[in-house]
Write a protein that binds this ligand. Structure first.
Ligand SMILES: Cc1cc2nc3c(=O)[nH]c(=O)nc-3n(C[C@H](O)[C@H](O)[C@H](O)COP(=O)(O)O)c2cc1C
Length: 327
């Protein structure tokens, strides 16, 4: 069990934030499949403070994807604090259960601005940022880190200690450096070292793509919780699989029928959230991922990649069911 502020989670099984993926629809599906908490896509603290409408939409939470943390990125204490203050209200939606600060984004534009993983260059600055955000909100503040900037600077322990000292309620660690991006394998040793060093909950992240991988991550790191990212894309059933593994129960993968039913449900949630045109365009890669690995589905995946309407995705899926052989 893990407690963050007034929220408790039996296993600490979270959906990781992923820009371009973890919209309301995927967060809601993840909750239905057993994720205990979700996180929004990262939102710019600066744009939030300027009152940008698109950014406010990205940060919007409803009952169905809650408990959900809002993740902010930025580099200035004052801007992050003002964004946290504003987002803590929940605007038209439900209040987030935590404010998460992004300290792992490797994207050149973000890193070049001194934001995301660039913050890991200076633990004292991390302490000051977290402290400023903690002062600005009554919600718990969490931090998401990588293992370090590069092989010569593996400093997640120092950064996590700085975050704890600044008042963070939990840290999530992705066991890769900024220069690794998503290559190689996530380093569990560094996550274990963070767990041995701080007193706040540690959430382990990186390469959890099965129930077995989840158990190995917990065994090797002794972490308090798990955060699952890419393994969810096209396979939100992974939360069921992980829960089964945690409970020592057997897991039966979904049938093709169920897989397609859940994919379409996700698309309908996205349509409710942002309208058909945008939802279908933005969900194409996820819809195609639901039917990846299926023999003979390449042409159907192409159709899904080009679909503009819900009906086009539905027809492609119906055709797949007609020709279904096996995964
Ligand atoms: C497409 C994509 C977008 C991501 N966006 C974010 C983000 O907005 N904020 C963040 O903290 N991490 C982001 N991440 C990193 C993930 O949260 C996670 O740390 C990383 O993918 C490793 O976990 P995994 O192996 O389970 O995917 C992103 C990753 C991917 C692949």
């Amino acid at each position: 069990m893990i407690t963050i502020g007034s929220a408790t989670f039996a296993h600490g099984l979270w959906l990781a934030p992923m820009a371009g993926y973890t919209d309301y629809a995927l967060r809601r599906i993840a909750r239905e499949m057993g994720a205990e908490a979700t996180v929004t896509e990262m939102v710019s603290a600066k744009a939030t403070v300027f009152g940008d409408k698109k950014t406010a939409r990205l940060a919007m939470i409803r009952e169905e994807d809650a408990p959900c943390a809002v993740q902010i990125f930025g580099s200035e204490a004052d801007t992050l604090a003002r964004a946290a203050e504003r987002l803590s209200q929940g605007a038209d939606g439900v209040r987030p259960f935590a404010i998460d600060i992004n300290m792992g984004c490797p994207v050149p534009k973000v890193f070049g601005n001194g934001e995301g993983s660039a913050l890991m260059r200076d633990p004292a600055h991390i302490r000051a940022l977290v402290h400023a955000v903690v002062q600005a909100t009554d919600l718990p503040v969490t931090v998401k880190l990588r293992s370090g900037i590069d092989d010569a600077h593996i400093n997640a322990v120092d950064c996590a200690l700085a975050a704890e000292d600044g008042g963070a309620s939990a840290v999530a660690i992705h066991g890769r450096t900024r220069t690794q991006l998503y290559s190689g394998t996530a380093d569990r040793e560094i996550i274990k070292n963070v767990k041995l060093s701080v007193h706040i909950p540690v959430i382990a992240n990186g390469d959890i793509t099965s129930g077995e991988a989840a158990l190995a991550m917990l065994r090797d790191t002794q972490a308090d919780g798990l955060m699952v990212g890419r393994g969810v894309i096209g396979n939100p059933f992974i939360f069921r699989e992980i829960l089964a593994a945690l409970q020592g129960a057997s897991y039966t993968p979904p049938s093709l029928d169920e897989r397609l039913e859940v994919a379409l449900r996700q698309l309908r949630y996205a349509i409710d959230d942002k309208g058909e045109e945008l939802a279908v365009r933005e969900s194409r890669k996820q819809m195609a991922a639901y039917i990846s690995g299926f023999r003979g589905a390449a042409s159907l995946r192409n159709r899904v990649h080009q679909a503009c309407t819900l009906a086009e995705v539905e027809t492609a899926f119906e055709d797949l069911l007609q020709t279904a052989v096996s995964f």
